[in-house]
Design a protein around this ligand. Structure first.
Ligand SMILES: [Zn+2]
Length: 435
């Protein structure tokens, strides 16, 4: 069979190396204005200035920005019903909003509908890969993976583990959870672009016995991920210290149960110390920085530069429903604002890198996602540089690529997204404006 060849024209921006946190000079940035990105059977095979010859299907997006698909490293599919809920901090947020929403995921029809809506919404924000928490119910995991598989997405997820300090409808027990996880790993892990993550919600909702089981699971199969929350909120940190008096710190609870490795993704990590950061660096675990959620729930301000100086991998995440948008652009802007409060100016390059190549490398998936390297899977999003008169004016007067990209992050929204492609297939197209 002859290969399926596709050429996409636009302004290509991706990264070949880490651009640093505050550099605006463009080291590590690959900018190829008005180029054709060449895709063969869903894989990137090159990029060139001249139009390719016969035998190439064309998608002409000249004047538009083409980026690698965004990677959201911490997001809750089960919480789409509670996004934008008023008036709580983490622990009462869980009781008031989250647990009731997650309870409904026990119903297979509801879980399927929410998973379809959620994965479509990711694509409609330019996100093609994500680390996702469904709920404690096995059916919610099956529904999530099925929806992602249908759309060809690179998705990491797993059954939420919670065997204490939660209402009965969202609680499991060690034996039942272990059985469910083995079946889920067998069914989904390594199937196409799906990978399983052992997913204790956070230390306070798991017993020692369950965390030990999670450690056994993680060791049982190569390539499994681990995702959880750590040190998001000060009251939560105090609670974890009461529940695990033997641990040196909240993060140390996870280390003690063998849960930190190079495929571990820990949400938040606001209230960490130098010893914690050294532990993250030494284990290769990453922090998913969730600025929108941290601001919305009043959790605190993550120290990106301290983490970076300590050698910790940091990616960006929406944390919907604590976060207020699935948009990685809004997440980038919130990340910029959080760092600005600490006197640190983060470049547009650093923000975009964290949401693409940086996350891919931290997930050990740099060969597959996060860039337009030859051999990478063709996951990408195609954006208007500007649509409103104000944003268009701002782009016209921007003097260089950094200024253009920073204004793009700041002024736009998801309405600017023209198309999203996953593995060389168009999976989202902006609906035509009503007449
Ligand atoms: Zn979360």
């Amino acid at each position: 069979m002859s290969p399926k060849r596709l050429a996409l024209r636009g302004d290509l921006v991706d990264f070949t190396a880490d651009p640093g946190l505050d550099q605006t000079t463009g080291a590590g940035v690959r900018y190829r204005p008005d180029h054709w990105l060449l895709v063969e059977n869903g894989v990137i095979v090159g990029a060139q200035l001249h139009e390719p010859g016969a035998g190439w299907a064309r998608a002409d997006h000249r004047g538009r920005l083409i980026l690698p698909g965004f990677i959201d490293t911490h997001v809750h599919s089960a919480q789409v019903d509670v996004i934008g809920s008023w008036g709580t901090q983490l622990l009462d947020w869980l009781d008031t909003h989250t647990f009731p929403a997650e309870t409904r995921m026990a119903d297979p029809a509801h879980a399927a509908a929410i998973s379809a809506l959620f994965t479509d919404a990711l694509l409609a924000h330019g996100t093609t890969a994500a680390c996702v928490y469904p709920s404690v119910h096995k059916v919610s995991v099956d529904a999530l993976f099925a929806a992602a598989q249908q759309r060809g997405m690179r998705l990491i997820g797993g059954k939420v583990l919670m065997d204490r300090n939660a209402p009965e409808a969202v609680r499991d027990d060690v034996d039942g959870a272990e059985r469910d996880c083995h079946v889920l790993i067998e069914t989904w892990h390594g199937q196409g672009r799906l990978a399983y993550a052992v997913t204790p919600r956070f230390a306070p909702t798991s017993t020692d016995a369950q965390l030990a089981m999670a450690g056994r699971l993680l060791a049982s199969t190569p390539g499994l991920y681990m995702q959880t929350h750590v040190a998001e909120n000060e009251a939560e940190v105090r609670w974890a210290a009461e529940l695990f008096p033997q641990a040196r710190s909240y993060l140390d609870v996870y280390a003690r149960f063998g849960l930190l490795n190079e495929r571990a993704v820990l949400g938040h990590g606001i209230w960490l110390d130098d010893t914690d950061r050294a532990l993250l660096r030494d284990t290769g675990a990453q922090i998913a920085f969730c600025p929108s959620s941290n601001l919305f729930l009043g959790s605190g301000l993550f120290g990106w530069s301290a983490a970076r100086d300590a050698g910790v991998n940091v990616s960006l995440a929406s944390d919907v429903g604590g976060g207020t948008s699935l948009s990685m652009r809004r997440t980038m802007l919130d990340a910029y604002k959080v760092q600005a409060l600490a006197g640190q100016k983060v470049s547009a390059f650093a923000l975009l890198h964290a949401a693409t190549r940086g996350a891919a490398h931290a997930l050990r998936l740099g060969h597959e996602i996060g860039s337009f390297d030859v051999g990478a899977t063709a996951d990408l999003c195609i954006w208007d540089w500007a649509r409103s008169p104000l944003a268009q004016r701002r782009q016209q007067v921007a003097r260089d690529l950094h200024e253009k990209l920073f204004a793009w992050i700041t002024l736009g929204d998801e309405q600017d997204l023209a198309e999203t492609w996953v593995a060389g297939e168009r999976r989202f197209e902006r609906p035509a404006a009503p007449h």
